[in-house]
Design a protein around this ligand. Structure first.
Ligand SMILES: Cc1cc2nc3c(=O)[nH]c(=O)nc-3n(C[C@H](O)[C@H](O)[C@H](O)COP(=O)(O)OP(=O)(O)OC[C@H]3O[C@@H](n4cnc5c(N)ncnc54)[C@H](O)[C@@H]3O)c2cc1C
Length: 420
């Protein structure tokens, strides 16, 4: 069995940035495993612009952003295996994988970085009645058909779900000559970024119906139309509000699920809220030497944050195998308070922490003129006003190392929203 210092599972933006950071931190024996035939992950099908404003201060397309990191990986001679599917990871860090060249094989790693991204929630998770006609796609599948395989997906389209993928696809289908009749959203607010609502819907006069869902799909061979209905505050369809919309295509953009089957097999603890591993401030999971970053850890809005986070996972894994940093014996839990759904990380090593920590989180609802506050064992240490907070946008607070010095016995950090 061959052994490597660090093996990275997934060659998307997270895996690539983690590999480059680990190499820059002095690790020579690295290997990236990618099941697809090319590096770059989901970015390869995201041909719109809007990537890289933070990282490169430029507006790049998805493939251009990915290419920057692929170039770095190639320049650093970091080895990667394509068309290689990882099937299992054991708690002892043995990785079972399969590809055409080597068949089924097992390799061992001293440290592993999980960077498998996420998948889309399918129709089966939604309980929409009706047959299973052609013309129902997840938005990401439609995006792949159009942008990578050059296929036409449909002519008259209804989109369910107004997260970023749904919004981007409303514009993409329009540019491909389809009529996007409506984007329906179950929640009373959009799950996407404001800029995407403006640039993808408003600019093309595509209506957004909030608090609406699809209650029926008509058509046996091919979709012939869908019935939309308004929902009440409990998200239950309101009788009498049904409206039939003729279309041949229904795109579902109803959420992303981090791909953690491998992580679970390795004994990694998963958060029921993020669907990703519970990690400390080094992005290490509860399994010694197994780190996580990118969409497998929690669903991100911007790829720039994925790259930033993945660099931390890469340097942390490098420190782990070089035994440069010892874990402190005191860790504080990071918990959520009023209006905050989750935080990443969920634990913070306050003893050996050398610099600042970025804690990322999402809020539970749309809030206007609220404060984001941080409490150390009940004492408020941070309080900043935000004009708008929305679940579609990832938020962050930066905790300075000096602030821990004043709280040497710190046990619990709470991140919450406050009205005043
Ligand atoms: C439609 C859409 C639009 C977006 N628009 C924007 C935008 O405008 N701006 C922006 O900044 N961000 C945008 N994003 C978000 C950004 O693309 C993601 O945040 C980013 O790609 C996540 O990177 P990742 O490496 O974690 O995951 P991915 O890119 O999904 O990469 C994961 C990789 O792991 C591989 N993998 C998974 N399981 C295995 C296995 N078992 N064995 C081997 N390999 C495996 C996969 O094949 C994949 O290549 C968009 C995303 C989508 C889907």
């Amino acid at each position: 069995m061959t052994e490597h210092d660090i093996v990275i599972i997934g060659g998307g933006p997270a895996g690539l940035a983690a590999a480059v950071a680990a190499r820059n931190a002095g690790v020579t024996d690295l290997l990236i495993l990618e099941r697809d035939s090319f590096l770059g992950g989901i970015l390869n099908q995201c041909i719109h612009n809007g990537f890289g404003l933070h990282t490169f201060q430029e507006e790049l397309t998805g493939p251009e952003y990915a290419a920057r990191y692929i170039e770095m990986v190639k320049k650093e001679n970091i080895p990667f295996l394509l068309d290689t599917m990882v099937l299992d990871i054991s708690p002892e860090k043995e990785i079972t994988m399969v590809n055409r060249e080597h068949g089924l094989s097992v390799i061992k790693a001293r440290a592993i970085i999980l960077a498998m991204g996420c998948r889309e929630r399918p129709r089966g998770a939604l309980n929409i009645p009706g047959y299973r006609p052609a013309g129902i796609y997840s938005a990401g599948t439609a995006q792949r058909f159009i942008n990578i395989e050059g296929k036409k997906v449909g002519r008259e389209v209804v989109i369910l779900g107004s997260g970023d993928i749904g919004l981007i696809m409303a514009r993409r289908m329009t540019l491909e000559g389809a009529a996007v009749k409506v984007v329906a959203e179950l929640m009373p607010y959009s799950g996407g970024l404001k800029r995407n609502i403006v640039q993808c819907l408003d600019d093309y006069n595509i209506p957004l119906k909030l608090s609406h869902t699809v209650v029926d799909i008509e058509g046996k061979e091919r979709v012939r139309g869908v019935t939309l209905a308004k929902v009440d505050e409990n998200r239950v369809p309101i009788k009498g509000t049904e409206e039939f919309i003729r279309c041949d295509t229904l795109l579902l953009s109803v959420g992303l699920v981090p791909e953690n089957e491998l992580s679970k097999g390795a004994g990694v603890r998963i958060s029921p809220v993020t669907g990703g591993p519970v990690v400390d401030d080094r992005l290490e999971t509860c399994q010694d030497g197994i780190f996580a970053c990118g969409n497998v850890l929690h669903v991100h809005d911007l790829v720039d944050y994925v790259s930033e986070e993945a660099s931390l996972a890469g340097t942390s894994a490098a420190s782990y195998i070089n035994a440069k940093e010892k874990k402190g014996s005191r860790a504080a839990d990071i918990e959520t308070g009023n209006g905050v759904r989750y935080t990443v990380p969920q634990k913070l090593d306050i003893e050996t922490r050398k610099d600042q920590v970025t804690v990322r989180f999402r809020v539970a609802d749309v809030y206007k003129d609220r404060y984001i506050s941080v409490y150390y064992d009940g004492t408020r240490v941070l309080h900043k006003k935000k004009r708008v907070l929305a679940p579609g946008k990832m938020e962050q607070v930066v905790l300075n190392r000096d602030s821990f010095k004043k709280h040497p016995a710190l046990q619990k950090i709470v991140v919450c929203t406050e009205v005043e």
